[in-house]
Design a protein around this ligand. Structure first.
Ligand code: G
Ligand code: G
Ligand code: MN
Ligand code: NA
Length: 257
């Protein structure tokens, strides 16, 4: 079976699962958010990560129904955590450029919000800079429409694409996520140190939260604290976890000391 057909079947048969990685606020060490990351539980091959199937899903357009499922599942799961008193945190969803280019994208997100009844402040949508390269007016209207409903946006992998400062000023985004390629060699690499510092300052100038990704060491953490980064994600705190494991983390270690 071609991968494309197999992916369609995987969606129909419920073989996708979301794992959650905490985002930790540096001011107090609390878990202040999570990012949902897609995994495929393949009956024969075991867990398959998004790197191995997202490109085909994007090419074929299947990413649209897959990400629709992701949005619904994230809202459902987050509401369940809220109802059971586990905690209230915003959960971020990764979206592809193709999602944003669909004319019905905004209506579909609004429908998920209305159907689940979740407060939109608990949903964050991650977009990459590639989203902004085409159909800028339409994309801007979509972002503004959802922002006016209370949905927050983050620019993912920030620094690796083509963000112009002119866009950044106009875009209704509230968060920049520093790509982990820039975090890997700090402290130490003077270029990466300068880039991370510049993104944090950019965030401060534009009133945007800055999240550093891929934090694996105490030295990276200290460096980011010193520069005034708002929050971090990375293996130093936690790998992405299945929902039940993430729930334990939220209950037991709502705080990383
Ligand atoms: O989980 P991992 O680090 O392997 O993710 C690799 C890439 O897959 C990341 O760039 C991430 O943005 C993307 N990705 C993960 N989950 C989803 C998803 O639900 N939808 C889309 N469109 N991309 C995702
Ligand atoms: O592009 P995006 O930022 O959505 O990618 C998230 C990916 O980064 C996920 O596949 C996740 O598993 C991975 N990731 C998260 N934290 C770390 C980390 O500390 N180190 C490395 N190498 N990868 C990480
Ligand atoms: Mn992401
Ligand atoms: Na990223």
């Amino acid at each position: 079976l071609r991968l494309e057909n197999r992916l369609r079947q995987a969606l129909e048969q419920g073989e996708f699962e979301l794992w959650y990685q905490p985002r930790v606020r540096l001011a107090d060490g609390c878990i202040c958010g999570a990012e949902a990351l897609l995994r495929w539980r393949h009956p024969e091959e075991g867990w398959i990560g998004p790197g191995d199937f997202i490109p085909v899903a994007e090419e074929s357009g299947l990413i649209v129904p897959i990400d629709q499922w992701v949005l619904e599942e994230v809202c459902r799961q987050n509401l369940e955590w809220q109802r059971r008193g586990v905690g209230e945190i915003p959960v971020a969803v990764n979206l592809s450029a193709r999602d944003f280019r669909r004319p019905d994208f905004r209506d579909r997100v609004v429908r998920v919000l209305d159907d689940t009844g979740i407060d939109p402040r608990w949903l964050e949508l991650e977009l990459t800079e590639s989203v902004l390269l085409q159909h800028t007016d339409e994309i801007m209207a979509t972002l503004q429409g959802l922002r006016s409903r209370g949905v927050n946006f983050a620019i993912d992998d920030f620094g690796t694409g083509y963000s112009s400062l002119a866009y950044l000023k106009q875009l209704p985004v509230s968060m920049l996520k520093v790509d982990r390629s820039f975090v890997r060699d700090v402290p130490g690499d003077p270029n990466d140190e300068a880039i991370v510092k510049a993104v944090i300052e950019l965030g401060q100038v534009f009133g945007l939260q800055v999240v550093a990704e891929g934090v694996e060491t105490e030295a990276q953490l200290q460096f980011l604290c010193r520069l005034g980064c708002d929050s971090v994600q990375g293996f130093h705190f936690s790998r992405p976890q299945p929902a039940a494991e993430f729930e334990k983390l939220l209950r037991q270690r709502g705080k990383f000391a």
